[in-house]
Design a protein around this ligand. Sequence first.
Ligand code: PBG
Length: 327
Amino acid sequence: MENSNRPRRMRKDEFSRRLMREHHLRTDDLIYPVFVMEGHQKEEAIPSMPGIKRQSADLIIDTAKECFKLGIPAIALFPVIDVNLKTEDAKEAYNPKGLIPRVVALLKQHVPQLGVITDVALDPYTSHGQDGLIDASGYVLNDETVEVLIKQALSHAKAGADIVAPSDMMDGRIGYLRDELDNNGFENTGIMAYTAKYARAFYGPFRDALNSAPKKGDKKTYQMDFRNTREALLEAELDYNEGADFLMVKPALHYMDVIKSLKDSFNIPIAAYHVSGECAMLSAACKNGWLDFNKAMPETLFSLRRAGADIILTYFAKDYAKMASKL
Ligand code: PBG
């Protein structure tokens, strides 16, 4: 048989498979999201996210040390806020003595080399659960919300946050945040913009984890419609021009076309948030014995890398770090 096309030739041996390998994913490329709550030596499991816990600040320090040892460059903090502190005006969001500023300061004291990223959005702090301030009809007000986000981001930067990550999807917030940080001497505090954040079902387990689901309505008037891709390019252009250091796509797995188009169009790092619901799907199948976690999880993360993600936020960051050298 005459056959000069034999791509299998280079798949025959491990050495040539290694030489042929096009994509690599290092622990260096991962960010680990964590849920922090008040208390001492307290942790609570999140049923829809097997293996993930809410932890009090002292235990978060242990988790942070573990991440640092594993080589994970940064963690992203999400607060569980006491219901009594949730108000219509979200004023706890910029309390300099609030949970997030305290945890950031502790992290910087105990694990100074680990990058600390904070979430800038009002949903954990509002009594209604929306990411911003609302008017009488329940509509989320843009510019009034940005005023609060600016104060929130500044309180994080003052506590020592390395990067602030606005996940609220208000118009113009990147530019206003950049100005406010610069005017207060925080020109080296980075901004990771949740650029293309879609209003979808895959945030369910996260909202359970933080008890932050909107009490009524949804987030469609600010998060993007899952039917759109070009709109993501417009959002990216705005965030890029307003001074974002990173552009993020969220969710990740279900939006790989969006990751790819941002990667092709912008020369700053593209981050993908492998969100709670996407992790829950995989965890559930693995728990049932339908998928093998040690194979399906890295394959999932690599799919995001092939799509163009430079950085992946994933609840599986520690698991990946432990197996990365053996892959
Ligand atoms: C809040 C925020 C959400 C997530 C990150 N920041 C939830 C939402 O927008 O409703 C979701 C993360 C995840 O699902 O893992 N602004």
